[in-house]
Write a protein that binds this ligand. Structure first.
Ligand code: B12
Length: 210
């Protein structure tokens, strides 16, 4: 495990700050910093599951991750394009308030030239459908980190279908515990746990929509 992942897993705030700064000064790819921090968060999750950590530790790790991302984000945005290549709607599924991963993928998509309509967390299917109609976006990205989110994502895809939009809207789902099986269960066109891969898939969807 890297020093940065280890420091985040051990909730050592000063060390995380120091290591992030050190890596940025050394010219390390900002996405590599995101990946290392995420590994640390996975360990926090495991410790929570095994009851070595509790909710307070989850909250602290989330704050530490966000602080690290505030430093890294401007660098992720550096290659930003001015002309949008496609619109897209992004949301964390109903019942779920995790937003760290969604925000990262939103930043990368914006930097890649997408006009991202981010609806935030705990978003009901009806709100998502309304936004798809209002914007005419051909892509919907949903994030979910809780098992119950799978039902919400499925309900959202069904609502998109019921509104007659499924023919023109591609759906991609992501988030720590989303697997290919989950993607199929909810009726998505694609799934990923990797924000960069997600951007590539959305680029393909945008091309297909033209
Ligand atoms: C931090 C954290 C929290 C923070 C969240 C802070 C925030 N603002 O988001 C807080 C403390 C609020 C929290 C609350 C809870 N949490 Co929590 N949390 C975590 C933790 C440790 C890290 C999540 C994270 O941010 N990871 C880092 C990000 C960068 O990774 P990511 O989300 O996977 O995103 C990446 C990719 O997946 C991808 N991606 C993400 N979304 C999308 C979307 C698209 C479209 C695309 C293309 C890509 C993409 O891009 C990102 C970068 O590559 C996880 C453990 C884990 N292993 O994930 C538990 C975890 C998700 N939580 C868990 C639980 C149980 C809870 C609570 C229910 C606890 C409680 N008793 O209240 C509540 C849920 C409340 C709710 N209704 O949502 C469980 C879920 C278990 C399950 N199977 O349901 C986990 C897995 C911990 C565990 N092992 O038990 N949590």
């Amino acid at each position: 495990m890297s020093k940065l992942a280890d420091a985040l897993a051990n909730l050592d705030e000063d060390e995380v700050r120091r290591l992030v700064r050190e890596k940025i000064d050394a010219g390390v790819d900002p996405m590599a910093i995101v990946v290392e921090c995420r590994k640390g968060m996975d360990i926090v999750g495991e410790r929570y599951k095994s009851k070595d950590y509790f909710l307070s530790e989850l909250i602290i790790s989330g704050e530490m991750f966000k602080e690290a991302m505030a430093v890294v984000e401007p660098m992720l945005k550096a290659g930003m394009q001015s002309e949008p290549i496609s619109k897209m709607v992004l949301a964390t599924a109903k019942g779920d308030i995790h937003n760290i991963g969604k925000d990262i993928v939103g930043t990368l998509l914006t930097a890649a030239g997408f006009e991202v309509h981010d609806l935030g967390i705990d978003v009901a299917p009806g709100i998502i459908v309304e936004k798809l109609v209002e914007t005419g976006a051909p892509i919907l990205g949903m994030s979910g980190l809780l098992t119950p989110s799978f039902e919400s994502m499925k309900e959202t895809v069904e609502a998109v279908e019921a509104a007659g939009l499924r023919g023109r809207v591609k759906v991609i789902v992501g988030g720590g515990i989303v697997t290919e099986r989950v993607g199929k269960y909810v009726g998505a066109d694609a799934f990923t746990n990797d924000a960069s891969e997600g951007v590539d898939i959305c680029r393909r969807f945008a091309k297909e929509a033209k």
